[in-house]
Design a protein around this ligand. Structure first.
Ligand code: DX5
Ligand code: ZN
Length: 233
């Protein structure tokens, strides 16, 4: 069953804790934290302190997506903040195998991401060493961009590589994912879908945004865990 990872880049940071609780209650499976350094991508976002705040606000798995140059030095801080999985970019690491080792030695699960222009076969050497491969379906740096359908072919190619080798690593798609393309992403082989705008900016609110995408992914709506208020009489 594929999983949904709301990206907090699109969240209302004035109410982040409540919004994470809403995602959890609506059935989201993990939380995606987009870290940008204004070098690898032309945007600057959040650091380990925000990850620690997320850790205090939800029991869902936290994954940090590091869109930063030379991530080695900040990986320990995100692991210490309580992030379980750290994804770095193939394009940002000069010694990628060593970086994966830094994550693993820090007790984290390791992910590697590729941008739209990076071919899938660039991962063929490393795919057996990671817990997650991330296919960008937008040019990284901003939420709210249009989904690039070419990502579906890359997902299918990576899914074939993973299955042919009998690997268990997750396959994640990130950028412009919504209820209209969620099914196609799952059918192409994605096991985790990242969604920011279509969750946190959903017209009907977070619960509606999560529920709409989960239903397209084939996930049943969660039984409400909220205890119903007893009604008098
Ligand atoms: C883009 C980020 C994505 C993005 C997802 O660089 O990696 O995680 O925030 O947000 P939406 O779903 O709005 O594209
Ligand atoms: Zn991301």
């Amino acid at each position: 069953m594929a999983e949904l990872a709301p990206s907090i880049l699109a969240a209302d940071f004035a109410h982040l804790g409540a919004q994470l609780a809403a995602c959890e209650l609506a059935g989201a499976d993990r939380i995606h934290i987009d870290v940008m350094d204004n070098h690898f991508v032309p945007n600057l976002t959040m650091g380990p302190e925000v990850a620690a705040a997320c850790r205090r606000s939800t029991k869902l798995t936290l994954e940090a997506h590091l869109m930063v140059e030379n991530p080695d030095s900040i990986i320990p801080a995100f692991l210490a903040a309580g992030v379980e999985l750290v994804t770095v970019h193939f394009e940002a690491c000069r010694q990628l195998h060593r970086t994966i080792t830094v994550i693993r030695q820090g007790g984290g699960q390791a992910g590697v991401g590729i941008n739209p222009a990076t071919p899938v076969h660039f991962l063929s050497q490393l795919i057996e060493e990671v817990d997650l491969a991330l296919v960008m379906s937008v040019d990284p740096g901003f939420g709210g961009q249009a989904f690039q359908p070419a990502a579906l072919g890359k997902l299918a190619e990576l899914r074939e590589m993973i299955d042919r080798r009998g690997l268990t690593c997750d396959l994640e798609v990130d950028g412009g994912v919504d209820a209209d393309n969620a099914r196609a992403c799952v059918d192409a082989g994605a096991s985790i879908l990242v969604a920011g705008t279509s969750v946190f900016r959903a017209p009907g609110g977070i619960a509606a945004g999560v529920g709409c995408i989960l239903s397209q992914m084939g996930q049943p709506a969660p039984k409400s865990t909220a205890t119903p208020t007893a009604r008098p009489g």
